[in-house]
Design a binder for this molecule. Structure first.
Ligand SMILES: [Cu+2]
Length: 353
């Protein structure tokens, strides 16, 4: 190999290429590396656009596959001809200078019109998808207000008067019109299984709509660099049967649970006096803060803190103890809660079903 390089650098074309055994070794290394790369693609990757669950996601994937196949065919053709020409017409020792030519009209016409036809075809199939996915949502769709915050997503169901965070519940088979806004900087909403990405701006309303076609939980994440914990700004879509969705909406409309367990009662009092109420709302209590997620039914969520923690006793405690330790740059500060305060607050929050 080194000899081959030296030969290239010094342009000493009289030396021979490396012995065939070295070439074979190089190919073996390349083959192992390729196999390794392919094997990497076998692990479980739920956050993928290759598992479309809405007509929007189907359209995107179909376009992608057409473009990829064009790329593969053209890539193999061009590289194949290139490698073949390089080997077939390589300079051999003491070869005379080959005939010197300039330009070839037929070839130039071919390699100009070929790409124009391919790109024209891609444009032809892409434009209708751009127009259909940018069009306003059909009037029968269900509105959900999606608000980006550093570093979590808020979901409001205006018709049902429900507010939640991190988990977007949608009924299967019903078109959802997501009305996107931001409370601070630019974020971008993206759940690959449901469709493309779309930015959420402060002071400007965007929308994205799709009809989920199967039930399940599908992860996503903010796709616009929005601050220190941008990478910790995740979300998930929970697609349910219409009955399950209605039941969920109903449970979210219930008035807040009044705890009876003395530990939770103490936690409820502490919540109002320990600064939490300045940033969080719990409907039906004096807490009406709007900086952080609405906690009225926080115990009914599977994940917290922008979906980076599970909603378990342990994770909740980890979060309350040191939010910026979990999410650098978190707007919720470290409130230096002591062990007892942590115990009673966790007990209270876990009672808020
Ligand atoms: Cu963001």
């Amino acid at each position: 190999m080194a000899r081959g390089l030296k030969r290239l650098i010094t342009n000493d074309l009289t030396q021979r290429w490396p012995a065939p055994s070295r070439v074979r070794r190089l190919f073996a290394v390349l083959a192992v590396a390729t196999a390794g790369l392919i094997a990497c693609a076998c692990s479980e990757t739920p956050q993928t656009a290759f598992n479309p669950r809405s007509e929007y996601a189907d359209d995107g994937l179909n376009l992608f596959i057409v473009v990829i196949w064009f790329g593969v065919i053209i890539g193999v053709l061009v590289e194949g001809v290139l490698i073949w020409a390089a080997i077939q017409y390589r300079r051999r020792p003491r070869d005379p200078l080959p005939p010197q030519i300039h330009g070839n009209t037929i070839i130039e016409i071919l390699w100009t019109t070929g790409p124009v036809i391919v790109v024209g075809y891609i444009l032809f199939i892409t434009l209708p998808v751009i127009f259909s996915t940018q069009a306003p949502a059909p009037p029968s769709s269900m509105d959900v207000e999606v608000i980006g915050h550093q570093f979590w997503w808020e979901f409001q169901y205006p018709d049902a008067n429900v507010v939640t965070a991190n988990e977007l519940h949608l009924p299967v088979g019903q078109t959802a019109n997501l009305i996107l806004q931001s409370d601070d900087v630019i974020h971008s909403f993206w759940i690959p299984a449901l469709g493309g990405k779309r930015d959420a701006f402060p002071g400007h309303t965007n929308f994205i709509w799709m009809t989920p076609n199967s039930t399940g939980e599908f992860p996503g994440q903010c796709y616009q660099l929005c601050g220190y914990s941008h990478g910790n700004m995740r979300e998930r879509a929970i697609i349910e049967s219409p009955t399950d969705f209605q039941a969920w909406l109903k449970s979210q409309q219930q008035p807040v649970v009044q705890p009876t367990d003395p530990t939770a009662v103490e936690g409820g009092q502490l919540f109002q006096t320990r600064g939490c109420a300045a940033c969080h709302a719990i409907n039906g209590t004096p807490a009406q803060g709007k900086v952080g997620p609405n906690l009225t039914h926080v115990a009914s969520r599977g994940v917290i803190a922008g979906s980076v923690l599970q909603n378990t006793t342990q994770d909740m405690r980890v979060w309350l103890k040191d939010p910026p330790g979990v999410k650098p740059g978190s707007i919720m500060p470290n409130l230096s809660l002591n062990d007892h305060e942590l115990d009673v607050l966790v007990a209270y929050l876990q009672s808020l079903k």
